[in-house]
Design a binder for this molecule. Structure first.
Ligand code: MG
Length: 339
């Protein structure tokens, strides 16, 4: 298997602000694998929250024993080697996993969702994310997001009620709120969640810091809407200890290391009675199309990372009015915008 990769700076349509900070670009690494005349494309969208940068992705990919991977069909063996090669580095690992799945589909001439036995018509609609902003700017973004039936809004700052109210001034569509660990007091978090629920917020993601699971048990017993873990969950090994503190989990390929681990997490979550959301980082259509292949297995989708950027090098699974639109193209269904 031959590998090459290149760094991309993804330009955000609007400066993107969450409880942890603000940015106008986001890094990505596009990986290209070739084996036996067939190509597969993958992506790593590294996040500093999980100690990854384009430099760590580059180092990880450069250190892999590519010469030992002599048959790209042996996805389980290659991915096991990649996973145990070094701890962490899950976005870099996801790039390899995605590229191998794309290769597999391209080689077999079938879309990955078909190889996985999934029905694209079962995919839930995706929400569209609105970052933290002034009420005036939030109202403008809500107008721009008119075609999306569900909004996900970033909260987790002191006067975040104003953001929810700004949305409610314009629309009564369902809202999902993501505090990104921003509320550090459990009583305050409970007040916020109850107030948001009355304003039509249907679920709240990561209200408190990732390791505050005792506070989450307390909160879970009292809240009127489901709570979803994001920063508190990376891979399947985290799930057992989360089942008393959250109602559901947000699975992201860049956190867990790819499609293979995400599938395992979905089935583990089901066995523990946890709901499943499929989420993303700021990613190109490569990562988003990879996650979308699993969407028919999810209860909720938040796969809009590619819609938030202006220089996506690929098209793949599209999102029209929030509905994920799958093509019959093989693998992840990617088309290079530059031919
Ligand atoms: Mg989140």
């Amino acid at each position: 298997v031959k590998a090459s990769w290149e760094k991309r700076d993804l330009s955000l349509r609007h400066p993107f602000t969450i409880a942890r900070g603000s940015r106008t670009t986001s890094p990505s690494v596009i990986l290209r694998l070739e084996h036996d005349g067939t190509t597969g494309i993958g992506e790593a969208a590294p996040s500093s929250r999980y100690d990854e940068t384009v430099e760590t992705v580059d180092q990880f990919l450069a250190s892999l024993p590519w010469q030992r991977f002599h048959d790209a069909f042996l996805l389980e063996e290659i991915c096991s080697t990649v996973v145990s090669h070094a701890p962490g580095n899950n976005a870099a690992k996801a790039a390899v996993d995605l590229a191998l799945h794309d290769w597999l589909g391209n080689r077999l001439g079938q879309p990955l969702w078909r190889i996985l036995g999934l029905n694209p018509a079962k995919a839930p609609v995706t929400s569209f994310t609105i970052g933290i902003d002034t009420p005036e700017a939030v109202r403008k973004k809500v107008a721009e997001a008119e075609e999306f039936p569900v909004l996900k809004v970033k909260v987790g700052i002191p006067d975040d009620e104003m953001i929810i109210q700004a949305i409610r001034d314009c629309t009564d569509k369902p809202i999902r709120a993501d505090a990104n660990e921003g509320w550090t007091d459990k009583s305050l978090a409970l007040d916020k969640i109850c107030q948001f629920a009355e304003m039509g917020v249907e679920l709240v993601e990561q209200p408190m810091p990732a390791n505050r699971l005792d506070d989450m048990v307390w909160l879970r017993e009292r809240v009127p809407v489901p709570l979803f873990a994001d920063e508190s969950v990376r891979s399947g090994a985290d799930l057992k200890r989360l089942s008393g503190s959250f109602h559901g989990i947000n699975i992201k390929l860049m956190k867990c290391g790819g499609i293979r681990e995400a599938l395992r997490m979905i089935h583990t979550a089901r066995s523990l009675g946890l709901s499943v959301m499929l989420g993303c980082m700021i990613e190109t259509s490569v990562g988003i199309s990879g996650a979308a292949q699993l969407a028919p297995l999810a209860d909720y989708c938040d796969l809009d990372g590619n819609i938030l950027i202006t220089n996506d090098p690929y098209t793949g699974v599209l999102s029209g009015r929030g509905k994920l639109v799958f093509s019959d193209r093989p693998g992840l269904g990617l088309l290079d915008r530059n031919g």
